[in-house]
Design a protein around this ligand. Structure first.
Ligand SMILES: [Zn+2]
Length: 118
């Protein structure tokens, strides 16, 4: 491949990034809970537990942060988590192309030198 081809591939990936929406890390779980009232049915009957609640957990500087989300927020959050995975895949691809570009660039110079052009 020529330097130009790497640039074209790279530009396509950059365009893909433009289309990615909001991003976030972590995971969203649907959770049933028991409450603080020890007389409540939820303590005796598994099926009477409260919920489901949408629990979003993520790590911030090695600390786990937890939030309760509405159904709409949970849906949004799941999309954001998918988006960051897409973004990470694109970045990985950009890194690969950059490596190829650097390696190819180097070999072109060496080849030119061997031809006595430099
Ligand atoms: Zn309860």
């Amino acid at each position: 491949m020529k330097n130009n081809d790497y640039q074209k591939k790279y530009d396509l990936l950059k365009k893909q990034i433009e289309n990615i929406g909001f991003i976030c890390t972590g995971s969203v779980l649907s959770v049933y809970n028991t409450c603080g009232n020890s007389n409540c049915r939820c303590h005796k009957d598994k099926n009477a537990r409260h919920g489901p609640y949408n629990i979003w957990t993520r790590k911030i500087e090695a600390k786990t942060v937890t939030r309760v989300l509405s159904d709409e927020q949970a849906q949004l959050c799941r999309e954001c988590i998918q988006n960051i995975r897409k973004l990470e895949n694109i970045i990985e691809e950009m890194k690969k192309i950059s490596v190829q570009y650097i390696e190819n660039y180097n070999s072109e110079i060496i080849t030119e030198r061997n031809k006595g052009k430099l």
